[in-house]
Structure formats: structure tokens, C-alpha cells
Design a protein around this ligand. Structure first.
Ligand code: PRP
Ligand code: URA
Length: 215
């Protein structure tokens, strides 16, 4: 179970030893993209299993080979929304847990100078607001990208939105708390701060480059 951060009520941190062990390998600058991607997806799946525990369910009739019984199913369609491109690096791990989830995409990159998000793509299910939405991005740094994406989801009527990030910085968590107070963020780590280039410290470098081997 993740622990609610004492300072930021919107932040839930997975202190689970298996997740922390994998995160440490991911942070290592000598870890190559094949292992980086595999571990990131494994952590994403583990996180999803926990953060989905309050998803609404409904009772359904099920006929076993022996008798009629009652079972439980998810009540509403789930939509995953990775922020391109690094969010893709966590999506397969979550789809392994819930293959029936729909996947919308929001394409953003950070302007290197201003650190502001630059949008370039958006494709979401028309009825996205009919169920829980999980916004996915391994990195929450200034929070500019996540806040922009959360605003897009709000404009599409989404009210049940959670976010999963591998690593977060206090600056980004604070921005999300201010601009999207109802959105809970699930992470493996609240890191120390950002450096002068907007990179998370200690962080793991550029997540997209490390996932896709474009360093
Ligand atoms: C990275 C990361 C986030 C964003 C976080 O993406 O994946 O989307 O930066 O920074 P922020 O909180 O300051 O907005 P990047 O812009 O490097 O694009 P990429 O995923 O295409 O590499
Ligand atoms: N984006 C990344 O990929 N890494 C950081 O540390 C900050 C933003």
C-alpha cells in the first residue's frame, strides 16, 4: 500500500521494497535502455495493482460449470493516458494488468529554455469521462506537462483522474496541488529538488531518452 505524504496530501509514495529495489537500478546511469524499460514497466504494473483498489465494481451473474453464482466486475471502462513520449514506457506494464483498458495519448514536450510544455498531439476516447482515467508519466518535474495534461482531461469532462509517476519533485507536486487539487499522484519517490535545467535531483536523467535509447 502506498503511504500518503505528510506534507503533500495529494501524493502517495510506494515504499515497497521490491519497487524501491527496481527504482535503484533504474536510477543507475549504467543501466541500459532494455533493462530500464523492463523495470519501469514492472514498477508501473505493481503500482497500478495497488492504486486501482478503489475502482468501482458491480455484481454480475456468472454460471460456473457447476451452478449459477454471483461475481464482481469493474463497473466502468478504464482509460490510460500516457503523456508522450516517456509515458509510453509505463503503459505496457499497466496493460499487462488490465488489457481491456483503452489508451488515449497526449503529446507534449518541454521547451528546453522556458520549461513550458509544448503540445503536439491529443487523441482520447470520446466517452473518456465515463470511467476512471489514469494519467501516466514517469517524471513530474516542474509539473508543467502534467498540469497541462490534467487540464485537457478536465476539459473533456474527466472528474475521476489519478496520476502515476515514477519520480516526482516537490515543485511539480506543489503545482499539481494548486492547479488540480482533487488529483492524487502515485509515485515511487519524492526526490529532493530540480536543478537549474529543470532536471530532478537525484532523479534518473531524461526518462524518454533512457527508455528509448536516444541518449
Ligand atoms: C519529460 C517527462 C515529462 C516532462 C516532465 O518529457 O517525460 O513529460 O519532461 O517535466 P515537467 O514536469 O517540467 O513538465 P520531455 O519533455 O523530455 O519529452 P519526452 O517524453 O518526449 O522525452
Ligand atoms: N524530464 C525528465 O525526463 N527528467 C527530469 O529529470 C525532468 C524532466
Amino acid at each position: 500500500m502506498p503511504t500518503q505524504n505528510k506534507q503533500y496530501a495529494n501524493l502517495w509514495v510506494f515504499e515497497h521494497p521490491v519497487i524501491q529495489d527496481k527504482l535503484t537500478v533504474i536510477r543507475d546511469k549504467n543501466t541500459k535502455h532494455v533493462q530500464f524499460r523492463r523495470l519501469l514497466n514492472e514498477i508501473a504494473g505493481l503500482m497500478f495493482f495497488q492504486l486501482s483498489r478503489k475502482y468501482e465494481t458491480k455484481q454480475v451473474k456468472v454460471c460456473t460449470p457447476v451452478e449459477e453464482s454471483t461475481g464482481v466486475q469493474l463497473a466502468n471502462p478504464i482509460t490510460l493516458v500516457p503523456i508522450l513520449r516517456a509515458g509510453i514506457g509505463m503503459t505496457d506494464g499497466i496493460l499487462a494488468m488490465i488489457p481491456e483498458a483503452r489508451v488515449g495519448h497526449i503529446g507534449l514536450f518541454r521547451n528546453e529554455k522556458t520549461k513550458e510544455p509544448v503540445p503536439y498531439y491529443c487523441k482520447l476516447p470520446k466517452d473518456i469521462a465515463s470511467g476512471p482515467v489514469l494519467l501516466i508519466d514517469p517524471m513530474l518535474a516542474t509539473g508543467g506537462s502534467a498540469s497541462y495534461a490534467a487540464t485537457v482531461l478536465a476539459e473533456h469532462g474527466c472528474t475521476d483522474v489519478q496520476m502515476v509517476c515514477l519520480v516526482t519533485a516537490p515543485e511539480g507536486v506543489q503545482k499539481m496541488q494548486k492547479e488540480h487539487p482533487s488529483l492524487s499522484i502515485y509515485t515511487a519517490s519524492l526526490d529532493r529538488c530540480l536543478n537549474e535545467n529543470g532536471y530532478i535531483l537525484p532523479g534518473l536523467g531524461d526518462a524518454g531518452d533512457r527508455i528509448f535509447g536516444t541518449l
